[in-house]
Write a protein that binds this ligand. Structure first.
Ligand code: NAP
Ligand code: GLV
Ligand code: GLV
Length: 318
């Protein structure tokens, strides 16, 4: 009997034909919205493999209902949406999509940094409202990037690429991370520091840790108060790493200069206070959203599924 793969939403590219060529039956959720938990449980109960999104919560209840499933392939590098330990206890392999999205996501971190430092939101708004009345010496002044200290939180794949990009702006790099990253130090002369030192001394902070029990609210009321008044904070990792309401408080009171968000604490809901602020730049979680990257992520997820269903090792297990 042919093995079945369920995909929770149409991905970029045509992995259906790749998987069908391998002799599998592919079923994709037909609607252009996030599948509900009940729908997912119903549709995936007899599937041999599940390809899911970071916006699908794969908790114990869902896993208990995956009666035949051998692999959960997340269409993302972050896998905090999946109860990995529980899946493993049920002999289900979990895979993610590392590497292929590193550059695209690092680009978005840099884009947010520039958008914040040079006040893109206010400039864009001014243009669209027809309020630009000519060049002025002090119109929308921001900060130079050159000579600033960049603080990378989580110097893994994406954090390192963000640091390398920022180094090209003639900056100094400091980082806080679980392990020492000798490669990054060699490439950028980066110095490893404590989290508090980083928050106190960095001009620009870019967050790249995964969301885990240890990183949940890693930036909180207490340590956010260490930031400089000119600080810029950008987050392209997961919203829950930052205690968002305190960051918003600082932004509201102009206790920091600006913040750039690609991710939010209660995604897809956005704190309405954020929408009122001019010193923020907001993106809808598009770190990996390029034609090339999303196509590669889909192929990697499909390859992981094909290998596991053929009894082989996955390419990128978590
Ligand atoms: P990665 O290579 O695993 O890098 C994460 C880094 O964080 C590693 O260096 C890791 O340390 C460090 N770290 C983990 N826990 C820590 C802790 N408790 N304290 C200090 N440092 C810690 O992952 P990646 O590929 O760069 O991806 C990072 C995250 O970005 C993903 O998990 C995902 O949430 C997010 N992401 C977002 C988008 C987007 O669209 N915005 C796109 C892709 C990824 P070790 O070196 O010791 O492992
Ligand atoms: C995106 O957020 C990812 O983790 O791949
Ligand atoms: C600005 O446009 C300049 O020419 O300096």
């Amino acid at each position: 009997m042919k093995k079945k793969i369920f995909i929770t939403q149409k991905l970029v590219g045509n992995i259906e034909s790749f998987l069908e060529k391998h002799g599998f039956i592919v079923e994709t959720f037909e609607k252009d919205r996030i599948i509900t938990k009940n729908e997912l449980i119903k549709r995936a109960s007899d599937t041999d493999a599940l390809i899911c999104l970071l916006s699908n919560k794969i908790d114990r209840e869902v896993i208990d209902n995956l009666k035949k499933c051998k692999i959960i392939a997340n269409y993302a590098v972050g896998y905090n949406n999946i109860d990995v330990e529980y899946a493993k206890s049920k002999n289900i392999v979990v895979t993610n999509t590392p590497e292929v999205l590193t550059d695209a996501t690092a680009d978005i971190a840099v884009a947010l940094i520039l958008a914040c430092a040079r006040r893109f939101h206010e400039g864009n708004k001014m243009m669209r409202q027809g309020k630009f009345k000519g060049w002025k010496p002090s119109l929308l002044l921001g900060y130079d990037i050159k000579d600033k200290t960049i603080g990378i939180i989580g110097a893994g794949r994406i954090g390192s690429e963000a640091a390398i990009r920022m180094k090209a702006f003639k900056t100094k790099i400091i980082y806080y991370s679980r392990s020492r990253n000798y490669k990054l130090e060699k490439k950028t002369n980066a110095k490893r520091v404590s989290l508090n030192y980083l928050l106190k001394n960095a001009d620009i902070i870019s967050i790249h840790v995964p969301l885990t029990e240890k990183t949940y609210h890693m930036l909180n009321k207490e340590n956010l108060s260490l930031l400089k008044e000119s600080a810029i904070v950008v987050n392209t990792s997961r919203g829950e790493v930052v205690e968002e309401k305190f960051l918003i408080e600082l932004l509201k009171k102009n206790k920091i200069f600006a913040a750039g968000f690609d991710v939010y604490e209660n995604e897809p809901n956005v704190n309405p206070e954020l929408l009122k602020l001019n010193n923020v730049f907001l993106l809808p979680h598009i770190g990996s959203a390029t034609f090339e990257t999303r196509t590669k992520m889909a192929l990697l997820a499909a390859q992981n599924v094909a290998e596991v269903l053929k009894g082989n090792k996955p390419l990128t297990p978590v």
